[in-house]
Write a protein that binds this ligand. Structure first.
Ligand code: COA
Length: 380
């Protein structure tokens, strides 16, 4: 008979504090701080590199440190030739998130620091991962479309180079600013599912590539990062603001989960939504595509009235990515291109002060019962 006593059980670990972090804090009433700095001001003024430096190192960079960090990340963009060959080998129609996860896993074999989990080696590997996840997404997409690869432009920032490598056109300053803001909004979110997966993997003392591969796998699901691709499908189906309320009512009647709504932590609104909504409005005006924001707003009002649930950042990210010219299949990989900064910072923190993450489970199977052998299995 079991003599096991178990701690309190919370399905889905809801409300459970599973570890400490000094990287990011999420306030259920709509606040988000990176290393103590409110993301809102940084989102409109900082570069992604500045925020990545902050997440990884704990403090904002000086001008000189930022210039060095930006250059160091840019210098790591090239993918090893066998990784590019592998991307060519994947069957047509492979989802870009699967290309990304496979690419990250393969990259480990080309990093001389792979099995060194020291702080300094992890920071070096983090810069490579930040640079190369972007290249995996841009190169992977062009390969999947049968297009020639475009060489990096070292003088472009992370956001600028992402645009350029994907499309072949040097982006306008306002486009780079917008992508920097989006990257900053997505860069970290404390113990979200993919970051937690990365930390669980790192807590076994597996390397940072193993951890980021786990994170990529976890990000793909529509309850997490996959929601921004699924939201775009929904908005495409709705098409016009006058159809939004009925669409939502029908979906709720079917008890469907509506993508881009709800959040495990935020209950009074996702702190990133107002910024993403303004980007969507701005893009809509610039491009003459002003239908998306009213559709989203109508959905928000209906969901608030019917279920008191708030929109999350993925609802507005979806039309923003579409208006920036990105295909919907890249919505979640773009999230990953940003969130890798947070994943890496969390792996560094985990390895610097490690304890194996290994919770218990509540057994719900058959109680202990006697085993009756079917055959003597050769024994006499
Ligand atoms: N659409 C419809 N109902 C939703 C909902 C949504 N997007 N999100 C939550 N709910 C409802 C649930 O059906 C449940 O209702 P019930 O108590 O009547 O059964 C209640 O709200 C609690 O939801 P639950 O799924 O238990 O909350 P959670 O904290 O486990 O899940 C999410 C959080 C994010 C997974 C969930 O809100 C969701 O699936 N959202 C859609 C996917 C998404 O946008 N993900 C990106 C998150 S940033």
């Amino acid at each position: 008979m079991s003599t096991d006593t178990k701690p309190a059980y919370s399905p889905g670990l809801a409300g459970v504090v599973a570890g400490e972090t000094a990287i990011c804090s999420v306030d259920p009433n709509s606040g988000l701080l990176y290393r103590g700095y409110d993301i809102h001001e940084m989102a409109s003024l900082a570069s992604f590199e500045e925020v990545a430096f902050l997440l990884l190192n704990g403090e904002l960079p000086t001008g000189e440190q930022l210039a060095t960090f930006t250059k160091e990340v840019a210098a790591e963009r090239a993918l090893p030739a066998p990784v590019i060959d592998m991307l060519h080998l994947l069957p047509k129609g492979t989802h870009p998130m699967d290309m990304l996860r496979t690419g990250v896993s393969m990259l480990c074999a080309f990093d001389k620091d792979l099995n060194d989990n020291s702080h300094d080696a992890n920071i070096r590997k983090s810069k490579r991962l930040i640079a190369r996840l972007s290249s995996l997404v841009t190169n992977g997409w062009r390969i999947s479309q049968g297009e020639e690869l475009i060489p990096d432009k070292p003088n472009l920032t992370h956001a600028g180079n992402f645009f350029y490598k994907l499309t072949g056109a040097v982006p306008e300053a306002w486009q780079i600013r917008m992508l920097d803001t989006i990257f900053i909004l997505y860069a970290d979110h404390e113990f979200n599912a993919s970051t937690f997966a990365a930390r669980v993997t790192a807590s076994t003392l597996a390397d940072i590539y193993a951890a980021v591969t786990s994170a990529c796998g976890t990000l793909k699901g529509p309850l997490h990062g996959g929601a921004n691709e699924a939201s775009m499908k929904m908005l495409d189906e709705i098409k016009t603001p006058d159809r939004a309320e009925k669409w939502m009512m029908d979906a709720l009647a079917r008890k469907a989960k509506i993508m881009g709504f709800g959040h495990r932590v935020y209950k009074k609104g996702d702190s990133r939504v107002p910024v993403m909504r303004e980007i969507a409005r701005d893009l809509g005006k610039r491009l003459g595509r002003e239908e998306w924001v009213p559709i989203c707003e109508k959905l928000e009002a209906t969901m608030e009235r019917e279920k008191h649930l708030c929109a999350n950042v993925d609802l507005y990210a979806a039309p923003v990515f579409t208006m920036l010219g990105f295909p919907p299949e890249l919505n979640t990989p773009i999230f990953g291109v940003s969130r890798v900064a947070g994943w890496c910072a969390h792996v560094v923190e985990q390895h610097d002060n490690n304890r194996l993450i290994r919770p218990r489970s509540l057994y719900s199977g058959t109680p202990e019962r006697p085993y009756k052998a079917i055959s003597p299995n050769g024994a006499k």
